[in-house]
Design a protein around this ligand. Structure first.
Ligand SMILES: [Mg+2]
Ligand SMILES: [Zn+2]
Length: 196
């Protein structure tokens, strides 16, 4: 069984696009910007033996805001730049009642089945309540990059809530909240390091 880090896309691997306090997905490939910290962070995780699996909701496809080909093109760009092992995408919206749209854990469960992932030894990293709740529903430990969006908090208490370098450095996460032997550093935007 392998360990994985499940990664949300927007606001985690890519720069958060925030309007009126709300997170938005890029609507053209040109608008998607890979976060400057992501390559080093993922290389570190990869070296620590984690499978790196993107799990992303892209409801703008169902809403007619972006074409599916453009989302696929963005993911080709991500996979070329980052050491990702797999990328799972939910193209549905709430009304579709699918099993894959986070906070449902369908994408994580499917990945676990296909790749023999030990969910209890794995992590979900995301910037919204949907990510944390999906990770918890799958039985993973969860890291919430809390960017202060104007929206509800997760139902499940994240194992780590990261908002500043100072908080991460306090050692709180490393020794008490995120067990065992995990430290998470936040630089200015997303995780810059997550390692054993
Ligand atoms: Mg996000
Ligand atoms: Zn779905």
């Amino acid at each position: 069984m392998k360990r994985a880090v499940f990664l949300d896309r927007d606001g985690v691997l890519t720069r958060a696009l925030i309007r009126d306090g709300q997170a938005h997905a890029p609507v053209t490939p040109a608008e998607m910007e890979i976060d400057a910290d992501a390559p080093a962070a993922l290389a570190r995780l990869k070296a620590a033996g984690f499978l790196l699996v993107v799990v992303t909701n892209q409801p703008d496809v169902a809403r007619g805001i972006i074409r599916r080909e453009d989302v696929e093109s963005m993911h080709a760009t991500l996979r070329a730049a980052l050491p990702l092992d797999a990328c799972f995408v939910c193209y549905h919206d709430d009304g579709d009642g699918c099993d894959c749209r986070k906070p449902r854990p369908g994408m994580l469960l499917q990945a676990a089945q296909e790749r023999a992932i030990d969910l209890a030894a794995s992590f979900m990293v995301g910037d919204r309540w949907r990510d944390v709740d999906a990770g918890a529903a799958a039985g993973c430990r969860t890291v919430w990059i809390d960017r202060g969006y104007r929206e509800r908090a997760p139902d499940h208490m994240p194992d780590a809530r990261v908002e500043s370098l100072r908080a991460a450095r306090s050692g709180l996460w490393g020794t008490e909240v995120v067990r065992p032997r995990f430290l998470i550093y936040l630089r200015t935007k997303p995780i810059s390091r997550l390692f054993t």
